[in-house]
Design a protein around this ligand. Structure first.
Ligand SMILES: [Zn+2]
Length: 105
């Protein structure tokens, strides 16, 4: 995976993150910011009766902070040329296009 610094450099140098096309000075381009954060529906499922909250907490504390942060929140920044922006917006999650539309009919 591309490092954050490499991503930032791409943003600064005006190159499309997807197709590597150079975006001319003054040219049209799009910024894509993807934020992925953990969410919580308020339900705590503890199926294991032996579940020890403090032990789990100690376990999490032993993980590197960076790893925990990445588990909770990640951010991606990209620059897209107009063509790649259209392609991205048409299917942001890259879902298979050959599936019949369940809502049709
Ligand atoms: Zn592009």
């Amino acid at each position: 995976m591309e490092s954050r610094i490499a991503q930032e450099l791409r943003v600064a140098s005006g190159v499309c993150s997807r197709c590597s096309r150079i975006i001319e000075p003054g040219g049209l381009f799009y910024s894509l910011l993807i934020k992925v954060s953990s969410d919580f529906d308020g339900v705590i499922k503890i199926e294991d009766k032996e579940y020890d909250m403090s032990r789990e907490f100690e376990k999490v504390k032993s993980y590197p902070e960076e790893l925990i942060n990445e588990e909770v929140y990640r951010e991606f920044r990209f620059v897209l040329c107009p063509r790649c922006k259209e392609i991205y917006c048409a299917n942001p999650l890259n879902l298979p296009l050959d599936t019949p539309d369940k809502n049709a009919g």
